[in-house]
Design a protein around this ligand. Structure first.
Ligand SMILES: NC(=O)c1ccc[n+]([C@@H]2O[C@H](COP(=O)([O-])OP(=O)(O)OC[C@H]3O[C@@H](n4cnc5c(N)ncnc54)[C@H](OP(=O)(O)O)[C@@H]3O)[C@@H](O)[C@H]2O)c1
Length: 320
């Protein structure tokens, strides 16, 4: 199978940006579909890469734009919704996926890759995981109907500009005390470079058609260990206080109403489950050597912290 033009939905986000950088180096023509070309301006300079605005997303706007694509990668996802009723999650994860699958089938797209998440399943108590699960079911139905599909289900993903280690670093810098919900939950953080490699290799690899791959890194670690690791790395003196189930619930109920929802009720529901590869790790199934946290995270957290210190020095110098 030859892929001349690759379309990426949700391609301007954290994972998509990494994939787009890798594909630009490979020389494949890439079309990144986004709701706002302006917000995706960090991708403007990439060679062979076109940013295509679609707003709003609907069946006809998608069909019209994907006509040149041989393959589609769907990275669209949200972690929070305005209300805690599942409606926004259902629209973004299930609804948009179904629209995209129909458009792919109508346009005879040769290949579809779907990004889900570990623990996604249609009967989950978490709206995030439930709607991710529904999108998996729809994707596999499209596969059975003739659209070669592969699903990836990563644990939390790390790398420069992630929302995991970077978020902990920010919180540890600004809060003297960090109350930590779901501190004992286990994660298997996976490097964005490995996720991107798995997806790009799978594009033309027939043995991945119709498969679902769980993706995890080489270490299983608790949230508390992640917070402590980050704290050591940035030399924070903040006190990390692990919360039990009742206090975690209280924190979610309060933060649900904070602007930007730093932690929501649905986050609590999904973060109460360990996010680790249960049976097989897709990276080893696909022959990809997984990258350890300590090989990568110090390169970006360290750098950010150093830059922050210089920023502080400059601010202080101006004050004197
Ligand atoms: N990062 C992780 O740790 C992690 C772990 C497991 C699974 N995943 C999954 O991997 C995928 C990529 O994650 P990421 O970290 O790269 O996320 P991200 O940086 O937040 O990017 C998500 C993308 O989704 C698109 N999007 C969001 N709401 C949308 C809406 N209402 N309509 C259309 N598009 C919308 C955005 O596209 P535009 O703003 O450009 O339109 C954005 O670029 C997601 O499906 C996520 O659930 C991520």
């Amino acid at each position: 199978m030859k892929i001349d033009t690759l379309g990426i939905f949700g391609g301007a986000g954290f994972v998509g940006t990494h994939i787009a950088n890798s594909t630009a180096a490979l020389g494949i023509r890439v079309q990144i579909f986004t709701r706002s070309r302006d917000r995706a301006r960090h991708l403007w300079p990439l060679p062979h890469t076109e940013l295509i605005e679609i707003s709003p997303y609907n069946e006809s706007s998608i069909s019209e734009k994907i006509s040149e694509c041989d393959a589609i990668i769907n990275l669209i996802g949200i972690l929070n919704e305005k209300r805690d009723n599942g409606a926004e999650f259902r629209h973004v994860h299930t609804g948009l996926t179904k629209m995209l699958l129909k458009a792919c089938t109508d346009a005879s797209v040769k290949r579809y890759i779907h990004m889900s998440a570990l623990n996604a399943e249609p009967f989950s108590t978490s709206y995030y995981l439930r709607t991710k699960g529904e999108a998996e079911v729809a994707s596999m139905a499209a596969h059975d109907a003739g659209l070669p599909t592969t699903i990836f289900r990563p644990s939390v993903i790390f790398g420069p500009h992630d929302s995991f280690f970077n978020r902990f670093a920010t919180l540890l810098r600004i809060c003297p005390v960090l109350p930590l919900a779901c501190a004992a939950t286990k994660f298997q953080p996976v490097f964005v470079g490995n996720v991107s490699e798995a997806i790009l290799n799978a594009l033309t690899d027939r043995k991945t058609f119709g498969m679902r791959y769980d993706l995890g890194g080489p270490e299983v670690t608790s949230l508390l260990e992640v917070a402590r690791y980050t704290s050591n790395l940035i030399k924070s003196s903040a006190l990390i206080v692990p919360l039990g189930p009742a206090m975690s619930k209280l924190q979610a109920n309060i933060f649900e109403y904070f602007p930007g929802k730093p932690f929501s009720r649905d986050n609590l529901r999904s973060a109460s489950l360990d996010s680790v590869c249960r049976e097989n790790n897709g990276l080893s199934q696909l022959g990809i050597q997984s990258t350890a946290i300590n090989e990568v995270v110090p390169t970006y957290l360290g750098g950010k912290f150093e830059r922050m210190r210089y920023y502080n020095f400059r601010s202080e110098a101006r004050r004197k």
